[in-house]
Design a protein around this ligand. Structure first.
Ligand SMILES: *[C@@H]1O[C@H](CO)[C@@H](O)[C@H](O)[C@H]1NC(C)=O
Ligand SMILES: *[C@@H]1O[C@H](CO)[C@@H](O)[C@H](O)[C@H]1NC(C)=O
Ligand SMILES: [Zn+2]
Length: 320
């Protein structure tokens, strides 16, 4: 009996605008991209987030099923590098946290620099793991405010052997999809848990949109507050990828009157020392400063962060 491999490379590109759009002409993006009020990405000011102690919004822990061994194919769609699931019947399932019901994993892709910012800090790299509400077709999901759930995880660049772990399985494939004209890779087994932060119950969550046209406002965002580490060699692989420019991130969008919630675990972990993002983005971002910035120690940035935004620990304790 042969297993039937059903290709379900439902790429976001299929449902976004096919016509050319670019990151340097965001003001020409169509429709809701420019007039929407629930757009992503945003700058998350940690002191203005709401700790959901009463579990109104975040009702329990996030549950990750089947993320350890997932068959994926990698490709370059001209805007990002994407690893998409091959077998629908074995797709990972996400549930819990702010989500109601199950969400089926579709694909993950990368942005460099990060799209979200925390307290005005951008990171060199952010991965987005896109999930669709289980049982819905892509067209149905597009019509619902809860159609997609996307996990965002930040990466910091750090020298050292241990830093290679998160991207170890993906990095060897990057040179083969460096150019957007190159074909997708053979399928590979990937342990996606390597891309989750080491504390995946520690996150921010809010209602937002896709960050590429058509910018549909259908995404429950779950943004991990603990970055992972990668090596500078791994980061350099991404900067050599052709995505129509040096970077592939959308500019920060207005929060308007949205509330960003934080998980209880994220508050508890504030008591432990954390690493700040690279001070970029809001404080003017140049590619030359990026390369300097990502290789620099984090001590100086941490001090600036404390100066600008104060001590988050106190505020967190007060809310709790
Ligand atoms: C979610 O998936 C799990 C296991 O795959 C299943 O047991 C559960 O009933 C599902 N929940 C819903 C709401 O469909
Ligand atoms: C991609 O694959 C197709 C079919 O396997 C082949 O015809 C085509 O030449 C390939 N393109 C590139 C750029 O490798
Ligand atoms: Zn994305």
């Amino acid at each position: 009996m042969f297993a039937i491999f059903v290709l379900f490379v439902v790429s976001l590109a299929d449902l976004t605008l096919q016509a050319e759009w670019t990151y340097d002409r965001e003001n020409q993006w169509p429709g809701v991209c420019t007039v929407g009020r629930l757009q992503s990405p945003i700058n998350i000011m940690s002191q203005e987030t709401i700790l959901d102690t009463n579990q109104v919004h975040i009702r329990g822990p996030l549950v990750f099923r089947g993320y350890n061994d997932v068959e994926l194919v990698a490709s370059n769609n001209g805007h990002t590098l994407k690893w998409a699931g091959v077998r629908n019947d074995q797709a990972p399932i996400l549930s819990g946290g702010p989500l109601r019901g199950n969400y089926t994993f579709l694909q993950f892709h990368f942005h460099w620099l990060s799209e979200h910012a925390i307290d005005g800090m951008k990171y060199p790299l952010e991965v987005h793991m896109v999930h669709i509400k289980t049982g819905l077709s892509m067209e149905e999901a597009m019509e619902r405010s809860d159609g997609l759930a996307v996990i965002g995880v930040f990466f910091m660049v750090n020298r050292g052997y241990e830093s290679a772990h998160a991207l170890e399985q993906l990095a060897p494939f990057v040179p083969y999809i460096k150019n957007s004209a190159q074909n997708q890779t053979e399928s590979q087994k990937v342990d996606i848990t390597r891309l989750l932060s080491y504390d995946p119950q520690s996150y921010y969550t809010y209602k937002g949109s896709l960050t590429t046209p058509m910018c549909q406002e259908i995404v429950t965002w779950i943004v991990m507050d603990k970055p992972l580490f990668i090596t500078s060699d791994q980061y350099r692989l991404f900067t050599n990828v052709d995505v129509g420019g040096d970077f592939n991130y959308r500019s920060l969008q207005h929060l308007n009157n949205r509330v960003v919630y934080r998980s209880v675990a994220s508050c508890a972990s504030l008591l432990a020392p954390t690493f700040p993002g690279t001070l970029l983005g809001l404080l003017s971002c140049l590619s030359s400063t990026l390369h300097a910035g990502v290789n620099k120690g984090v001590g100086a940035v941490w001090n600036i962060k404390r100066k600008l935004f104060g001590d988050g620990v106190k505020k967190c304790a007060k809310v709790a």
